[in-house]
Design a binder for this molecule. Structure first.
Ligand SMILES: N[C@@H](CCC(=O)N[C@@H](CS)C(=O)NCC(=O)O)C(=O)O
Length: 161
């Protein structure tokens, strides 16, 4: 959420100071309570404090003459930036909520078969093991994988399972 701000400031030859918030500090809750919408990032320019990263960008755009030459251009730039925000929200959904494809089901199914035959086979592959765990833990999938329908279904047609 801050990277476009960093890019803008860098390209405009500006310097800034950052306070990096650790997950531990955030989880204590006090800072969250102090934030206007309960979220970071927070931006300070002199005595002006802002929340909402697009507001930071707009403020900096006004400061450094990056908001078009008149109201009409500013309106067009707002339109483009709102389009970028829509895309960012879809990106966030992909990364945080729906980061899986059909190939994941196919791979996890095959790796799980190996685990039935050789339960320790991923011992030296912690990343792969964690990935299989993560996909298998998706709520609907987990219920299915734990069901008798799945557990009792033979894996191999020749009985070698
Ligand atoms: N619309 C806000 C979104 C801010 C946001 O999503 N912040 C996240 C981190 S990127 C956050 O503070 N998450 C912690 C929480 O909600 O408790 C912006 O553009 O600044």
């Amino acid at each position: 959420r801050c990277e476009a701000v960093r890019m803008l400031l860098t390209d405009q030859g500006q310097e800034w100071q950052e306070d990096v918030v650790t997950v531990d500090l955030w989880q204590k809750g006090e800072l969250k309570k102090s934030c206007l919408f309960g979220q970071l990032p927070k931006f300070r320019d002199g005595d002006l404090t802002l929340y909402q990263s697009n507001a930071f960008l707009r403020h900096l755009a006004r400061t450094y003459g990056l908001y078009g030459k008149d109201q009409r251009e500013a309106a067009l730039l707002d339109m483009v930036n709102d389009g970028v925000e829509d895309l960012r929200l879809k990106y966030a959904q992909l990364i945080y909520q729906n980061y899986i494809s059909f190939a994941d089901y196919n791979l996890v199914e095959l790796v799980r078969n190996h685990l039935v035959l050789a339960p320790g086979c991923l011992a030296s592959c912690p990343l792969l093991a964690a990935y299989v765990e993560r996909v298998s833990a998706r709520p609907r999938l987990r219920t299915y994988l734990e069901s008798a329908a799945h557990r009792d279904r033979p894996i191999n047609g020749n009985g070698k399972q």
